[in-house]
Ligand binder design. Structure first.
Ligand SMILES: Cc1ncc(COP(=O)(O)O)c(C=O)c1O
Length: 379
């Protein structure tokens, strides 16, 4: 019998000694080390231009760390305000024609499913592949793609079921059958806990406040070279246009757009959050995504087996590689069960007919034992 010890001590986080924290899929706990990061930011913020330059330098280091995590060059990572904005930028940026289509699925997170909603007016069809008993089949997605599919848009890991889609299989399928279709991936429930192969995608974006351990306000976004060349910008400003210093303060009628990473940043990103993300990524990369992924899969298997023993209907996949940090089961009154568990100081996310139990690198077998014990008692 293997035992799953935390890969990062719980006392590196605020409040973990008081709760069984199994809700990283909703909000991650706060790293104590952020206090020092905040102090450093405060010092730099008050230090005029020199301080600001250092803040931007740390920002560039953060792009590199993100690139390291995702296997892409750091200079192709932009900081968008939210993961939602990544998909919407693509929806606004492609020159759509009547008869074009987008392929996604009917279990998708709203920001992925509905970023394209206004395109219907332009004659663009939104194809939602139906889930099969809460499973999304990669081949079913690919079979909906045709020569007019501009974008295949999916979450790598489902917010609803925890299914970890095989993104490389989707990329390979597109390369052979529809090479001009862009692959757009929301990696919010994948980044920081399982491997993310951003290099095979055209756009890969993630929130920072879940598995990446930072907070709201910054979403790293990878954009491929070909997607960059195929898209038009839709917001412009001092940060993504080549306005300085050639013409001084006087404006010329035309101005060039900057390339990635500035291209997706018309104004300043939320730099204090970028600094938090930088610190969080250092912690994650020190442990390594390989061990984190194995740990999350181990916990998921234990949670799954325990839930089934209690008679629950688990909707997460049972194949190890299709698992993630999220293990989910059906409960009609999911919000009520979440509250019952919270009263026992066990934190999960319960909504829309299912409860999601999340295991990340600070969780261990005792957390799994505890939730199963409470579930056995109250349900
Ligand atoms: C797949 C997915 N994308 C995006 C988000 C939200 O991210 P943001 O607020 O950064 O747009 C969530 C939040 O639950 C999510 O599950």
């Amino acid at each position: 019998v293997t035992s799953n010890e935390p890969l990062l001590p719980k006392d590196l986080f605020v409040g973990l000694e008081q709760v069984t924290h199994l809700c990283t899929g909703g909000e991650a706990p706060w790293l104590r080390g952020f206090e020092e990061v905040y102090k450093e930011f405060a010092r730099l913020k008050s230090d005029g231009l020199a301080g600001r330059e250092r803040v931007y330098e740390i920002g560039d280091e953060c792009r590199d760390l993100m690139g390291q995590l995702w296997g892409v060059p750091g200079h192709r990572i932009a900081f968008m305000p939210s993961a939602t904005e990544g998909m919407n930028w693509l929806a606004r940026g492609l020159g759509w024609k009547p008869g074009d289509n987008v392929v996604t699925d009917n279990l998708e997170f709203p920001s992925v499913a509905y970023a394209w909603r206004d395109l219907a007016e332009a004659g663009v069809e939104i194809r939602m592949v139906e889930h099969d008993d809460f499973h999304i089949d990669e081949d079913a997605l690919l079979s909906e793609v045709d020569a007019r599919t501009r974008v295949l848009a999916v979450s790598q890991v489902s917010f609803y079921t925890g299914q970890n889609l095989d993104i490389r299989r989707l990329a390979l399928g597109l390369r052979t059958s529809a090479p001009s279709t862009l692959l757009a991936v929301d990696a919010t429930h994948a980044a920081g806990v399982v491997d993310v192969w951003a290099a095979v995608t055209d756009l890969c974006v993630s929130s920072s406040y879940k598995w990446l351990l930072a907070t709201h306000g910054t979403a790293p976004c990878f954009l491929s070279e070909r997607a960059e060349s195929m898209t038009r910008g839709s917001s412009y400003g001092w940060h993504n246009l080549a306005v300085w210093p050639a013409q001084g303060a006087e404006r010329a009628p035309t101005v060039d757009e900057k390339l990635m990473p500035m291209r997706l940043e018309p104004g300043n990103p939320a730099m204090v959050v970028v600094l938090f993300l930088h610190h969080a990524l250092s912690q994650l990369l020190e442990v390594g995504i390989g061990p984190i992924q194995e740990h999350a899969w181990n916990l998921s298997e234990r949670i799954d087996a325990g839930l089934r023993d209690l008679g629950h209907t688990v909707i997460s996949p049972s194949a190890r590689v299709a698992r993630s940090g999220n293990t989910c089961f059906l409960v009609p009154d999911a919000a009520a069960l979440q509250e019952d568990l919270a009263r026992e100081r066990v934190l999960v996310w319960g909504e829309y007919g299912r409860v999601r139990i999340s295991g990340h690198l600070y969780n261990d077998d005792s957390d799994v034992d505890r939730i199963l014990e409470i579930l056995a008692k109250i349900r």
